[in-house]
Design a protein around this ligand. Structure first.
Ligand SMILES: Nc1ncnc2c1ncn2[C@@H]1O[C@H](COP(=O)(O)OP(=O)(O)OP(=O)(O)O)[C@@H](O)[C@H]1O
Ligand code: SF4
Ligand SMILES: [Mg+2]
Length: 348
């Protein structure tokens, strides 16, 4: 897809952490675009690099981490911008919604003061009346009564505090927001309420969002597209309903199979665990756990392909290509991968 009208263009992004055992390549060649107002869901098991990708996009990485590749925000190359300009962007146009609202709200400051601080930092000359107008409008959108404007954070429930935090991010009308498991700590009803609000906001504000979650039900309800991440890479991406209806990559199929229904969050039922990102397996990184693995999978990285019936549905999986007839593997390549061989290969 192109590009000039994209909010975000990510090409071959890599993020790694230094460690005594070697670099942890937590994001290893990720590419995608995000359009204005679009919500992209990001799923994958624990340790696959979702938070690292989210933070890497915003430049919010801890010391010792590094990134390279191409990252354009409204056409501007974020990776070569001077730090001062990056910080200025983070103040308003780029935002992050975290998981623990309490630690992000100052208990000694009224909600009105939080809004004033956020808006003044972003727009120093803003008038008091304008601050109040925008804050109250945002509170209303998030389903918080305007009468609570002068209350303190501890006077709110957990779900309301999370909505406050979202309101404080969105009142700056950012063009791009990363929400990293924003509802995981909340009960199911509150979670559903927040997701409905995020979904409705998409129509009202033109903010694009990367929404990280373990909950496939949230993706189905709130997201336009979904990206499935495994061991530092996006293995499948496309329209959320289309990917759930006709998943191509065997990891996506396993994720969906392991989730009893879209309203449960259990992803822990796939045998084994994601690999170390210091020295990941060759070929397709899922091959040691994949029920469909063939000999070629342990050897060659599957190229990215389009779904034959949906141009924006992309995936990288030899078995999917074999199924739809895009590739004709010879019998030695298509032979089922023998797990004993794998064990020996691993020892060597
Ligand atoms: N500060 C860090 N230093 C070194 N390694 C790190 C650091 N943060 C994360 N990692 C490693 O990077 C990899 C990806 O971690 P990340 O937190 O991005 O995964 P995740 O998909 O968000 O997982 P979860 O679902 O548990 O939040 C993991 O192997 C993790 O151990
Ligand atoms: S490429 Fe091979 S190992 Fe990887 S998911 Fe597809 S079938 Fe499984
Ligand atoms: Mg995470």
């Amino acid at each position: 897809m192109s590009t000039s009208e994209s909010t975000l263009e990510v090409r071959d992004l890599r993020v790694w952490y230094g460690s005594e055992q070697g670099s942890v390549r937590a994001v290893d060649g990720v590419s995608f675009d995000l359009r204005p107002g679009e919500i992209l869901g990001l799923v994958g098991e624990s340790g696959c690099g979702k938070s690292t990708l989210g933070r890497g996009l915003l430049g919010l990485l801890p010391p010792g981490a590094a990134r390279d590749g191409e990252l354009r925000f409204r056409g501007e190359d974020l990776l070569s911008l001077p730090r001062k300009r990056q910080n200025a962007l983070r103040g308003g146009d780029l935002g992050m919604i975290f998981q623990e609202p309490l630690t992000r709200l100052n208990p000694l400051m009224r909600i009105s003061e939080h809004f004033t601080e956020a808006l003044r930092t972003h727009q120093p000359g803003i008038r008091k009346a304008e601050i109040e107008r925008r804050s109250l409008e945002m509170l209303r959108t998030m389903g918080i009564p305007p009468t609570r404007f002068r209350a303190y954070p501890h006077e709110f429930s957990g779900g309301m505090r999370q909505r406050l935090l979202i309101a404080l991010t969105l009142v700056l009308e950012p063009a791009f927001v990363v929400a990293d498991e924003p509802t995981t700590a909340l009960d199911v009803l509150v979670e559903a309420q927040i997701i409905r609000i995020l979904h409705d906001l998409r129509q009202a504000v033109d903010t694009s969002m990367l929404l990280i979650t373990h909950n496939l039900g949230i993706i189905a309800e709130a997201c336009d597209r979904v990206a499935v991440m495994y061991a530092g890479r996006i293995v499948e991406i496309g329209d959320a309903r289309e990917v759930f209806r006709d998943p191509q990559h065997s990891y996506t199929r396993e994720l969906l199979r392991s989730t009893i229904s879209l309203s449960t969050t259990g992803l822990e039922f796939i045998d084994g665990a994601p690999p170390s990102l210091i020295d990941p397996p060759p070929g397709c990184r899922f091959h040691p756990r994949c029920p469909d693995a063939m000999a070629i999978c342990a050897d060659r990285l599957p190229p990215q392909r389009q779904h034959p019936a949906a141009a924006e549905h992309l995936f990288s999986c030899w078995a999917a290509e074999q199924r739809d007839g895009t590739v004709h593997l010879d019998p030695s390549e298509a032979a089922p991968l023998e797990r004993e061989e794998l064990a020996v290969a691993d020892e060597a």
